[in-house]
Design a protein around this ligand. Structure first.
Ligand SMILES: NC(=O)c1ccc[n+]([C@@H]2O[C@H](COP(=O)([O-])OP(=O)(O)OC[C@H]3O[C@@H](n4cnc5c(N)ncnc54)[C@H](OP(=O)(O)O)[C@@H]3O)[C@@H](O)[C@H]2O)c1
Length: 289
């Protein structure tokens, strides 16, 4: 008989996310063991507890989910988890990183874009491109062959994001842009077929006057659900809605797909014990949704 599906939730926040826990149960985990305030030096014993209890053939029924509101902290936990798996003995479990929902949200946004545009060579602008979600959106777009402008109020921050993307994908077409002032924003938009806004909750990044009826612009996606929304004129529930000839998605419109991807990713963890799912793996999974 198959063992119970146990998801071990490692969260660097003091209180492990209730949202992530509920999604895990809805996605088919029988039990969720939630650990909050997890620091890298605590990960070894948590991983050992996961890999030394069941035999290799049953380890697909144990998996690790890494969450955190701080994505960098989540990335450090993932690094540490990888260090303590013992694949040479078959003693490993599958792992999903979705700190702050960044991977599933970015995958959903890029999937939405791909429904309307051929991403290869697509001219895109990612506003708020330095946050955890924006960075992943830019990275996924670039890996699909898009020509990506990464926007930030500080060009140096966008430059860092572009360098990080190039360091993992040398052929990536990514370019940093200052987008803090109106003239900067206007020049960043020139020639773009799509704009994805991944700015902070409650921060408007783009007024309607700068995108509505913009020649050549085909698609805008706003991931901010907290008023004022990131792109003025896009409704939070828009899901492929045409406005002034431009296809629009709002945060709830994308959020529906994000939830499907999140659940599918949890379910996939229990198919085998050898998966490490970060942005690219989550995006690949999203293609089937
Ligand atoms: N729909 C969903 O399912 C879903 C799921 C998760 C997250 N989200 C949303 O996705 C968005 C991005 O999330 P995140 O965690 O990556 O965001 P974040 O880190 O809070 O912010 C992203 C970027 O926005 C810029 N920014 C911050 N404050 C600003 C301001 N007052 N005015 C203009 N720009 C500002 C910053 O870039 P610079 O300083 O470089 O300019 C920052 O790096 C958020 O709105 C979040 O709520 C949606």
């Amino acid at each position: 008989m198959d063992k119970k599906k146990i998801l071990i939730q490692l969260d660097s926040d003091p209180q492990p996310s209730v949202f992530d826990r509920i999604v895990a149960i809805d996605a088919g985990a029988d039990e969720v063991f939630s650990y909050g305030g997890v620091r890298p030096e605590q990960v070894r014993d948590l991983v050992h507890g996961a890999i030394f209890t069941r035999g290799p053939k049953d380890l697909k029924n144990t998996a690790i989910f890494i969450g955190a509101s701080d994505v960098a902290a989540g990335e450090r936990l993932l690094e540490e988890v990888r260090r303590h798996l013992l694949p040479q003995f078959g003693l490993r479990v599958s792992v999903l990183l979705d700190a702050n929902g960044a991977n599933t949200t970015a995958a959903a946004a890029v999937r939405a874009a791909g429904r309307h545009l051929d991403l290869k060579g697509a001219a895109a602008l990612v506003l708020g491109g330095t946050g955890p979600v924006g960075q992943r959106v830019a990275r996924l777009l670039a890996r699909q062959g898009a020509d990506v402008r990464v926007g930030s109020r500080q060009r140096a921050r966008a430059e860092k994001v572009c360098d990080a993307i190039r360091s993992t994908a040398s052929s990536a077409h990514v370019e940093p842009f200052s987008t803090g002032t109106t003239p900067e924003l206007q020049s960043a938009i020139i020639g773009r077929a799509s704009i994805i806004a991944a700015g902070a909750a409650g921060a408007q990044l783009l007024a309607k006057a700068y995108w509505a009826k913009y020649p050549g612009l085909k698609l805008v996606i706003d991931l901010n659900a907290v008023p004022p929304l990131g792109i003025e004129g896009v409704e939070v529930t828009d899901k492929g809605k045409e406005r002034d000839g431009i296809v629009c998605y709002g945060a709830i419109g994308v959020g529906d797909t994000k939830m499907k991807i999140h659940k599918a990713a949890i379910a996939k963890l229990f198919e085998s014990n050898d998966q490490i799912m970060d942005a690219e793996e989550v995006y690949a999974l999203a293609a089937g949704i």
